[in-house]
Ligand binder design. Structure first.
Ligand code: DGY
Length: 329
């Protein structure tokens, strides 16, 4: 591939200032200064003009949008690790390379999952609301009891980078680690993490106290946790999701939470972001966060650095390091 000096690069959302400044040095870049999400027409116009397109999780890059792309669009350098918002088959059919930003948000996301694992059973958000509302009347032996985390069984769905980072943290909190993954981890890794593999997801669901979802969202994981699987969880089980909302049937989750069929949930992601199933908003046993998993200054800059490296290396005529390959998800 020939080299491209300053590829025409269109970015859909505002990025950290240092990232934008570096992009402006290296590329012929169009930024989104006021951060207003692009409309479908604006996305179509962008892909029709860009050589490199930099979307993120809030953009729906459907086959229909990519249909508007000109032959000059060769690289979609996603700002983020999840690429479920991009129609990968349509991109491949048009010979576009898609890259993402793996690795740099692993620890931040795992921290956020641990925060939810602690917050929900220990009722941290509820307690905080009580104090701020002036409702706290002092310590009581029976006041705001929650469930102990130490000694419980954690079930992790998806044992990639983030799942493993959660497993490492979980051991420190005295949780035993169970996991379900498309592929069993090598024995040495299982031993290091002290993690027990469950070939059958349903078997694992019936055994655990806390479930955390950390797999990619694909057509196979759509509503992986549906009404039937929620029914396998015990009454004292907590569900945590910081992966993608669509992996859980949100309406079914609201129903089991309302009925007390499970103990609570900690959610950082939703089926129709930024909309949230209204029934969840009214429940005290649910902690709701606004998709904060990777929201650290350090993480977002590192994501930007990865986007830049992918574009630069591609523009220099090489295969970008974070190319999303067929069968990746
Ligand atoms: C990602 O990178 O996929 C996250 O969900 C955004 O932080």
């Amino acid at each position: 591939m020939s080299q491209i000096e300053r590829p025409k690069t269109i970015v859909t959302r505002k990025l950290p200032s240092a990232v934008e400044a570096r992009m402006a040095e290296l590329f012929d870049v169009e930024l989104n200064a006021d951060d207003t999400p692009m409309t479908e027409d604006e996305l179509r116009d962008a892909v029709a003009r860009a050589e490199v397109f930099v979307p993120t999780v809030t953009d729906d890059i459907s086959a229909d949008i990519l249909e508007a792309a000109g032959d000059q669009l060769k690289l979609i350098a996603n700002f983020g690790v999840g690429v479920d918002h991009i129609d990968l088959s349509a991109a491949r059919a048009k010979n576009m390379i898609v890259t993402n930003t793996p690795g740099v948000l692993t620890e931040d996301t795992a921290d956020m999952v641990m925060a939810l694992i602690l917050s929900v059973p220990r009722r941290l958000a509820e307690g905080e609301k009580l104090v701020r509302a002036g409702g706290w009347q002092g310590w009581r032996p029976t006041g705001m009891l929650g469930h102990r985390v130490n000694g419980k069984r954690l079930g992790i769905i998806g044992m990639g980078r983030i799942g493993q980072a959660i497993a490492r943290r979980a051991r420190g909190f005295g949780l035993s680690v169970h996991y379900h993954n498309r592929h069993r981890l090598p024995e040495a890794v299982e031993q290091t993490l002290d993690a027990q593999w469950h070939d059958d997801l349903d078997d694992m669901l019936a055994e655990i106290d806390i479930l955390t979802i950390n797999c990619p969202y694909t057509s196979e994981t759509h509503h992986l946790i549906d009404e039937a699987r929620l029914g396998l969880l015990g009454r004292d089980v907590y569900v945590i999701n910081a992966a993608r909302g669509e992996i859980i049937d949100e309406a079914a989750l609201a129903a089991v939470l309302e009925n007390g069929q499970i103990a609570g949930a900690g959610l950082d992601v939703y089926e129709n972001e930024p909309e949230i199933e209204p029934r969840l908003l009214g429940l005290d046993n649910v902690v709701l966060l606004p998709h904060l998993g990777s929201a650290t200054f350090e993480g977002r800059e590192a994501m930007g650095d990865k986007v830049i490296a992918n574009i630069r290396i591609w523009a220099d005529g090489h295969r970008p390091p974070d190319q999303v390959l067929e069968g990746w998800v």
